[in-house]
Design a protein around this ligand. Structure first.
Ligand code: HEC
Length: 103
């Protein structure tokens, strides 16, 4: 029992060091949520057709993983997506892996 606990603790510590900013986020699930909520529609009309440019433009606003998650939460509110916090993390993880690449 003690050994199992030690191993578990060690794994958890290793996980927290190695994990990207959204350890619980699943980028695949995030992409599905992003598509389903039609997040792109609004951004695309702002960016002249290609909504992903919002995430890659030089003057993009997000400067940290934290800010990214907050923006996902805010924009999800705009579309009334009613995501759970895990789902917000999935979407943030997806956007981060695909575009932002915050460490
Ligand atoms: C009602 C229109 C609208 C919808 C729908 C929308 N967004 Fe946004 N989004 C915006 C606006 C406006 C900005 C800010 C653009 C700026 O700051 O220049 C933004 C910016 C963002 C950014 C930051 C871009 C940057 O500058 O780095 C992220 C991330 C984002 N939205 C995610 C989402 C997600 C996820 C969804 C789907 C839940 C979504 N948005 C749906 C309007 C929308």
């Amino acid at each position: 029992m003690k050994i199992a606990l030690t191993i578990m603790t060690a794994l958890m510590l290793a996980g927290s060091v190695l994990a990207a900013p959204f350890p619980k986020g699943d980028p695949k699930a995030g992409k599905a949520l992003f598509d389903k909520a039609k997040c792109d529609a609004c951004h695309a009309s702002m960016m002249g057709g290609d909504g992903t440019k919002l995430f890659t433009r030089p003057e993009r606003k997000m400067k940290s993983a934290d800010a990214l998650l907050k923006r996902v939460q805010f924009c999800a509110g705009q579309v009334g997506a009613q995501w759970f916090s895990e789902e917000e993390e999935h979407v943030a993880a997806y956007l981060n892996r695909q575009y932002y690449k915050f460490p």
